[in-house]
Design a protein around this ligand. Structure first.
Ligand code: C2E
Ligand code: CA
Ligand code: CA
Length: 702
């Protein structure tokens, strides 16, 4: 039930209760006053009647009594009247029914109620003696009517009153709850989101105060809501900024990732795919070729003389050549082909659409032609060149390893035979692939001290005493054991490792000179140097700084160079041999007779010795030709004022012959095979060839 109805019904109920009490009291009062008036009136009327009738009773004057009775009955309220003497009724008149009833005096209105007549009497007393009495009956209907009229009026009045009170309380309730309703409405508005909703306030009562407080609260809520909305907006804005930043970052990261991925898979210099990507492509090509049972070609390519370009013209030139090669390949090859830089000056080409060998060779030749197109770098015209090996799937290999090793072996063979392009042949065998594996290991081997020197004595034929040793390098390979120079010097020369290798040999030789010197053995050591070293303008300086570093007398170092090495670039060779001679280093021409040499150059070279190649010496006894060559070489040497050394002296007959020919010194298995340093020391101490002259004297000799 609403508060308003509680007020209305409450007020109405209270009013109704009050009215009931009021009316009930009023009616009671009315009843009592009517009763009193009735009692007085009946008493007075009865007495008056008794005193009037007194004489007639005493006289028993019936007629007079009857007229008195008629007079009394003329009062309209009196229902009957009777006069009695001690003997009985003297006169009576009135309503027959009442006159026949036994007289019982009434004392209250209530006792008269049962018949509607109030019965009263008065005694007729004379001088204290009772002579009779009068009895009268008063009708109570007038009083009863008054009372019932009054009750009806009161009820009507009460109803009217109640109606008014109802109306009034309705108005009051409405008025009182007006404010409450407004508050309720306000609360609903706020609950519905209408923050800042205001209630119209009239007056200053408690409700008005509450409404003002409500308005305050509402305003504050609206303010707070505004702040919250602002904050939300700000957060939204921040979120959007953040989101944008995250997106930006992600995009940047994606770009960087792509770049990194590209970098990881490509060579920075040539922009070609690198080894990793190439292996990936090869793997894919293999899988799809296996599925479709199609052929494809794998091409290995290695630059020729790249090291020389790098050394003579600098790394910048080397880089330009590599880029030129990349461009040449891209120009000739199709989009479906992959050309990759595998490292250094090695390239590999995958021809997935080339299904026959002839086509593969044609493509390779076109690549070579493009590479060979002259290139101008810093004013120099350069003609780059390369060697190419081809392996076909599945003919030459059914997996990646076989295809790679076989294309490499073919390339290696092409390089060796200077053929440009070669297709793999089974007879190229695994030996070459072993060589290729070794090539990859060379640098590590040099750095990790796997190179060792063996020493072979040179004996003066006249004195039969040791006048020096030749240092011959060996590779103490961790897996393959002791490797001889034949299996890796050519590799080192081709792969550009010959410079560090020569440097290592020189270092070891100088170390040995010092060690032997410390043990009282003073012997010159001859080191073999390759064409690359002789063509390197920085080589004399390298030698000079090594000599200085090891504090070794320069005349104890000899260098052996081949004719071919000199003839490659005689100008630089002559310049270098001169600079080395000026350092005090002795130079010999090695393997004399196997290559072409010009007398003109020979004279210009500052060499001290000529070593006659062992191929002529070994068989000298049984081959007249060889003997002629050896003899004329010794003569030539002597004519030029040079020392003649014969190598490959394997027997006494050869020794004797050489002595007879006037050869100055000899080297060969007859005297000793090349020996490790400590064995060589044993040999020195025990060998009959070791009539070593005293150190001091020999110094003067050399
Ligand atoms: P080489 O300079 O002509 O060296 C002499 C070679 O003949 C050595 O072979 C030696 O062991 C061998 N030899 C010596 N006496 C006899 C003999 O009586 N009979 C026969 N059959 N052979 C004899 P090795 O040590 O295998 O060296 C082979 C070649 O490797 C050398 O030929 C030289 O050209 C090259 N080489 C050796 N060490 C070095 C080095 O440190 N640097 C460079 N660049 N090349 C080296
Ligand atoms: Ca030699
Ligand atoms: Ca030789």
């Amino acid at each position: 039930m609403s508060f308003r109805w509680k007020i209305i019904l409450g007020v109405t109920a209270i009013q109704a209760a009050l009215l009931v009490i009021l009316i009930w009291n009023g009616l009671n009062i009315l009843k009592h006053s009517s009763e009193d008036a009735l009692l007085k009136r009946t008493d007075t009327t009865a007495r008056l009647f008794a005193s009037t009738a007194q004489a007639a009773v005493l006289a028993t004057d019936i007629a007079a009594l009857e007229s008195f009775v008629d007079e009394v009955l003329s009062n309209p309220d009196i229902v009957y009247a009777r006069v009695l003497s001690k003997q009985g009724v003297l006169a009576e008149k009135g309503e027959k029914q009442k006159l026949t009833q036994k007289f019982v005096a009434d004392t209250s209105l209530a006792s008269a109620d049962h018949d509607g007549v109030f019965d009263a009497y008065a005694d007729i007393v004379v001088a204290g003696e009772k002579y009779g009495r009068v009895e009268i009956g008063f009708s109570t209907s007038a009083i009863q009517q008054l009372i019932s009229e009054t009750r009806a009026k009161s009820f009507g009045f009460g109803m009217l009153n109640l109606a008014l009170v109802g109306l009034f309380s309705l108005a009051l309730g409405y008025y009182l709850t007006l404010g409450l309703n407004a508050l309720q409405q306000g609360a609903k508005q706020i609950a519905g989101g209408d923050l800042g909703y205001r209630i119209d306030v009239y007056g200053k009562d408690e409700l008005a105060q509450t409404a003002l407080a409500f308005n305050d609260m509402s305003a504050k809520l609206k303010h707070l809501d505004g702040e919250r909305a602002k904050k939300e907006e700000e957060i939204l804005r921040l979120n959007q900024t953040l989101e944008r930043r995250v997106i930006d970052r992600t995009t940047q990261l994606q770009i960087v990732n792509k770049q990194l991925e590209h970098q990881a898979m490509h060579d920075a210099l040539t922009r070609l795919p690198n080894r990793a990507l190439f292996h990936d492509r090869l793997h894919t090509a293999l899988s799809s070729a296996r599925r479709s049972q199609e052929l494809f070609a794998l091409v290995a390519m290695d630059m020729d003389m790249f090291k020389e370009i790098n050394d003579t013209l600098g790394h910048h030139a080397g880089d330009l050549v590599l880029q030129h090669v990349a461009n040449a390949c891209n120009k000739v090859l199709r989009d479906s082909d992959t050309v990759a830089r595998m490292g250094g000056d090695e390239f590999a080409i995958l021809l997935p659409k080339v299904t026959d060998m002839e086509r593969a060779v044609q493509v390779a030749q076109r690549v070579l032609m493009a590479i060979r197109e002259p290139l101008q770098i810093d004013g120099h015209m350069i003609e780059a060149d390369a060697s190419i090996g081809i392996a076909m799937f599945p003919q030459h290999g059914e997996d990646e390893l076989a295809l790679i090793t076989h294309s490499d072996a073919a390339m290696y063979e092409a390089k060796r035979q200077k053929l440009g392009v070669m297709v793999y042949l089974p007879e190229m065998g695994e030996g070459k692939s072993e060589a290729i594996a070794l090539k990859g290991e060379l640098r590590r081997a040099i750095n990790e001290g796997e190179m060792v020197l063996h020493f072979q004595p040179k004996i003066d034929i006249g004195t039969r005493s040791v006048i020096g040793v030749e240092a011959l390098v060996r590779w103490q390979h961790p897996r393959l054991g002791l490797l001889y120079p034949d299996s890796f010097i050519e590799l080192a020369e081709m792969s550009g490792h010959i410079k560090p290798l020569t440097q290592e040999v020189l270092r070891l030789a100088m170390k040995q000179i010092r060690e032997w010197g410390d043990q009282g053995l003073v012997l010159p050591i001859a080191v073999n140097i390759s064409a690359v070293n002789l063509q390197d303008k920085g080589f004399p300086d390298t030698v000079a700084s090594l000599i200085a570093e090891h504090e070794v007398p320069s005349h104890l170092l000899e260098l052996e160079v081949t004719e071919t090495a000199i003839m490659n670039d005689p100008i630089t060779a002559i310049e270098n041999t001169r600079r080395l001679s000026r350092l005090g280093v002795q130079m010999s021409i090695d393997d004399f007779g196997t290559g072409y040499s010009s007398m003109a150059y020979l004279q210009k070279l500052m060499v001290a010795k000529i070593k006659i190649d062992k191929s002529f010496v070994i068989d000298m006894g049984g081959n007249e030709n060889d003997e002629v060559i050896v003899r004329s070489t010794i003569e030539l040497a002597h004519n030029l004022g040079l020392h003649a050394v014969a190598e490959g002296v394997e027997n006494q007959a050869t020794w004797d012959k050489l002595r007879e020919m006037g050869c100055d010194s000899a080297q060969g298995y007859l005297m000793s095979k090349p020996l490790p340093a400590e064995k060589f020391m044993d040999w020195v101490q025990s060998s009959p060839w070791c009539g070593l002259p005293p150190a001091d004297a020999r110094k003067v000799v050399s």
